[in-house]
Write a protein that binds this ligand. Structure first.
Ligand SMILES: C[S@@+](CC[C@H](N)C(=O)[O-])C[C@H]1O[C@@H](n2cnc3c(N)ncnc32)[C@H](O)[C@@H]1O
Length: 248
């Protein structure tokens, strides 16, 4: 496809949450006449796939959750020898991801439209590692996802928000959480439900361990009185999976 064809298709599939780069050009191209007024999508966050491979260097079979428009999917799949299953809950996000993956001619990606709160993970088989970025704080029962993932992988990379302690909290399934109404200005990056539960820091780390990931390496932690960020690489050192299947 040439630049004009890519631009035409990109506009057809848009609007985009993030811009994307292909062959040195950033799409969607800005309309020069209206550039001053045009609201261009921001570029996707860089460096996550790199951080993922730094902690899990020998990873080949990867599950990515909440893939949005496939920015990280492409970075994961461009590493030689990998095969990526990317799950995203919104079909229109996934259509844009499919387009970018097609542009890069990546045959090692399987895209799946599904809600991770109801998906049968065990039916997907096992994975060398799972990338769960920007998703855990979009769930109603985030601890359940951690338990599901522990059945299919020994290595889990999480990038998430947690709640810093102030405000209303309530206990659910033994975890301290905050009920949060989804009000992010970009609706296509929100949860699939109107409200979600955010862990506090202690419960986030507890839930990871409760799921069976006993070795936890905190790569980044930014505590505040409200919205906090954490990036954490989780390993399970025991060869026995919670479901009873044995790690490969
Ligand atoms: C904040 S974005 C994060 C995108 C990307 N992983 C990143 O970190 O930049 C959250 C993504 O997860 C998707 N999502 C939210 N809830 C989901 C669910 N229950 N199941 C599957 N995808 C979901 C949203 O549609 C959105 O694409």
């Amino acid at each position: 496809m040439n630049v004009d064809e890519i631009q035409r298709k990109a506009l057809e599939l848009g609007p985009w949450v993030n811009s994307f780069e292909f062959d040195g050009t950033t799409y969607p191209l800005s309309d020069r006449k209206n550039a001053a007024n045009a609201e261009l999508p921001a570029p996707p966050r860089k460096g996550r796939a790199q951080a993922f491979f730094e902690v899990f260097p020998d990873t080949r079979h990867i599950l990515e959750l909440g893939a949005l428009e496939g920015a990280d999917t492409v970075r994961l799949a461009r590493r030689p020898g990998t095969a990526v299953v990317a799950v995203e809950g919104r079909a229109d996000n996934l259509a844009r991801a499919e387009f970018i993956i097609g542009l890069h001619q990546l045959a090692n990606v399987e895209l799946m439209c599904a809600d991770v709160e109801t998906l049968d993970f065990e039916a997907l088989g096992t994975f060398d590692a799972v990338l769960c970025a920007g998703l855990l704080y979009h769930l109603q029962e985030p601890w359940k996802l951690l338990h599901q993932l522990a059945k299919i992988t020994d290595r889990l990379f999480i990038s998430t928000h947690y709640w810093g302690g102030a405000g209303t909290e309530r206990a659910a399934d033994g975890y301290t959480v905050k009920l949060v109404r989804e009000e992010h200005p970009e609706p296509r990056t929100r949860a699939l439900t109107e409200t979600v539960l955010w862990f506090d820091r202690e419960s986030l780390l507890h839930a990871i361990k409760d799921a069976g990931f006993d070795a936890v390496n905190i790569l980044h932690d930014a505590p505040t009185a409200t919205v906090c960020d954490m990036i954490v690489a989780c390993h399970r050192t025991s060869p026995h999976r919670p479901s009873g299947t044995t790690a490969a």
